[in-house]
Design a protein around this ligand. Sequence first.
Ligand SMILES: C[S@@+](CC[C@H](N)C(=O)[O-])C[C@H]1O[C@@H](n2cnc3c(N)ncnc32)[C@H](O)[C@@H]1O
Length: 335
Amino acid sequence: MRRINEAHTFFTSFTNTKARKFVQEILKKNYAEAIMVHHPEAHLLEKEDVTDKCQYLVDSVFQRIEEIQASPEELFPLFAQLSRNKQPRDKIWFDEFLQAYQFYKHQRKLNRRYEKIKNYLHGSSYCDIGCGGGDFVAFLKHYHQPFQQVAGIDVMDWRTEAVKEEIGFQMLDFSQPDTFSKVKYDTMSCLAVLHHVGNTDEAQGIFLQNIRKSLSEGGRLIIEEDVILPEDELLRHQEYQEQIQQLKEYQINLSDFLQFDYATQKDCIILIDFLANALAVGVPEMAFPCGFRSIEAWTDILENNGFSISKVKIAGFVPGNFNQSSHVYFVLNKK
Ligand SMILES: C[S@@+](CC[C@H](N)C(=O)[O-])C[C@H]1O[C@@H](n2cnc3c(N)ncnc32)[C@H](O)[C@@H]1O
């Protein structure tokens, strides 16, 4: 039942032609650019050849989704077939993508994320809630010296063997009331997770309260979310407008995204999120309740669940990333 509801959500967004076209085009462009940036031997690659292969990859995916539009129950089996992690891999995948993505996932992405949040890390203990593969936790263990203790929590364990040896881990479902870590942490992060937890105030509220209970007194929470950026909301906040203005100078994808209304922006984010996690990340098993919000709506639920907002940093559609969306970082203090 859960999967069929998720498939319906996906197809509702997929039938929004503006959103579908936008996502199809940015995926082709972003993949090609990311391969040329992150491939360890990028200087040996032909840009046109890479562009053609990315076009084939993305167009094939969209065509195969279109073919099953009348049968939503076939969506997740199709995602499982197309996942980068499926063995043997589907013929859409090609060596240059796989090599560049591997390098990006284990090095550049971690570095880039660290650069974005390092100034907000606080204290000597750290836990990433919804840590996924756990690579970022392992990265911080090595590169963020003040952290003496690092760990991950997730409802699923999809860490690699190498990461399993590196980090502490608890398998916990933070969507359940009173499920939290007995060990308390000075900093916690929750990166691209909250929209996977639920799509109601209640479900996301329980999750946030569990995070709050896992934090030390005076603890810090850093959230990364893909947010809806409606025009009327931006007009109410000078500081967001200023950040957006700067980003628009070099983020064409963000400029195009901002021209859409609330509903189409949300459809774009939904399609990007499903496709990123099902294809390149390759974990279609995770839940997709699509609990996306605008910055104001996040601010409300965060404040209502015991956090004060220290900073809202709009990162946008970061050029060179394989999976781009309207990323925003929230830096919060436990009240
Ligand atoms: C999109 S992935 C993000 C993984 C990682 N934070 C990253 O950015 O690469 C979302 C993660 O949230 C986890 N998650 C979803 N619901 C959860 C829950 N109720 N409790 C703990 N983790 C959860 C999923 O299992 C998945 O690993």
